[in-house]
Ligand binder design. Structure first.
Ligand code: M6R
Length: 366
């Protein structure tokens, strides 16, 4: 049932070219320039005229919401807030007429997320679910939405559900941006094509697995680590850190790369691995100077860089290359090395990566 893989986690990581393809199939027509999502179409008016969108989720799904915040704000110009379900539900949240809630959940059973959307529903919000498990509680409690179609995720560490969530959220954002006219036809068509290319680019990123395994064995004895990225890749850094914590029990902190100067840089010494998401985007030069700042303090820099980016590679002790993608789309590709790194570090330490200690696949108690 693990399809020849040692663990479900590895199988699910390697399934991603297919699961992303399945998620896009029947929805995205890059040539025709259309995105078809019936459960979103029904609420297209509410979304295009929304004063605010609130994303509610926990854990990895919350990270997908953070990436989506950057994408939605850029292409729809609608202000987005991303909330931890557990915080939202207990603080008498302000819900105004015209607010749309997007609940993101793999299992569809996360207790805090479920109660949070029920609270928002009572206050009159429209709830759209981005859920993996068909017929789950969150799917049923939502007015509309879209399934992620990633198939059953068994590994406790969420991997393929995350990339499918990003694919769905990106499609929603592009659809709304196009209807609203906040996204030009040219940029819209370009992004549809970029989205269409994701399964292939993810397959290419997966080919770095042996290199990543080597890097994993080099850093597996670290006691602490930092993950840094900016813009669309800041949430990818958070997700990389969460994966490492869950699977290898190494303390990992994700930070926006520039924020490190405001505290975490004090941790940097020759023993500290610092993982950078440093692919080419509008923040690239800034990220390179952040890498230099770590090097100057003798930290070990491990960087995910775009193919052919010698300048970034020259600054790193170890590099993992991934195909270049438009910055809006890149998180789906850049997270792949993060997942593999956590996997190989966990396995090399002899841990049961499919069932990490203290964790359950779905958190059905608050
Ligand atoms: O099923 P959900 O997406 O609602 O679950 C949310 C979190 O519990 C989940 O993402 C958790 O953080 C994972 N173990 C992350 O790998």
């Amino acid at each position: 049932e693990k399809g020849g893989y040692d663990h479900f986690m590895l199988k699910e990581i390697f399934e991603q070219p297919n699961t992303i393809f399945d998620c896009l199939r029947g929805r995205l027509d890059a040539t025709g320039g259309t995105i078809t999502m019936s459960g979103i179409q029904k609420y297209a008016d509410q979304l295009t005229t929304a004063n605010r969108i609130i994303m509610i989720a926990c854990g990895t799904s919350w990270h997908a919401g953070l990436v989506a915040e950057y994408i939605f704000e850029e292409v729809t110009r609608i202000p987005v807030e991303v909330e931890y379900a557990s915080e939202f539900r207990y603080r008498n949240p302000i819900i105004n007429k015209g607010d749309v809630i997007i609940a993101i959940s793999q299992s569809g059973e996360t207790a805090d997320t479920l109660v949070a959307i029920e609270t928002a529903k009572e206050k009159g919000a429209i709830i759209l679910g981005v859920v993996n498990v068909v017929g789950s509680s969150i799917a049923r409690a939502s007015h509309g939405g879209a399934y992620t179609h990633a198939g059953p995720e068994i590994g406790v560490a969420s991997t393929k559900a995350f990339t499918a969530q990003l694919a769905v959220l990106t499609m929603i954002a592009l659809k709304i941006g196009y209807i609203k006219g906040t996204l030009t036809e040219k940029r819209y068509m370009h992004l549809l094509n970029e989205l269409n290319d994701v399964p292939e680019k993810v397959a290419t990123a997966l080919m770095q697995k042996d290199k990543i395994r080597e890097i994993a064995s080099k850093y597996k004895n670290a006691s602490d680590s930092l993950y840094l990225g900016r813009g669309y890749n800041f949430p990818v850094a958070l997700e990389g850190a969460l994966k490492l914590k869950e699977i290898s029990y190494i303390h990992a902190e994700g930070y926006p790369a520039a924020e490190m100067k405001h505290g975490p840089i004090a941790l940097v010494d020759e023993k500290l691995p610092v993982f950078f998401v440093a692919t080419k985007d509008s923040f690239h030069e800034k990220v390179l100077s952040n890498m230099q700042e770590i090097k100057a303090r003798k930290g070990k820099v491990i960087a995910v860089v775009s193919e052919g980016d010698d300048a970034a590679s020259a600054l790193a002790d170890d590099t993992i290359t991934v195909p270049y993608a438009d910055e809006l789309i890149a998180p789906m590709i850049n997270v792949i090395p993060m997942q593999l790194l956590a996997y190989y570090i966990g396995v090399s330490k002899g841990y049961d990566v499919d069932k990490p200690r203290n964790l359950a696949k779905s958190v059905t108690v608050e």
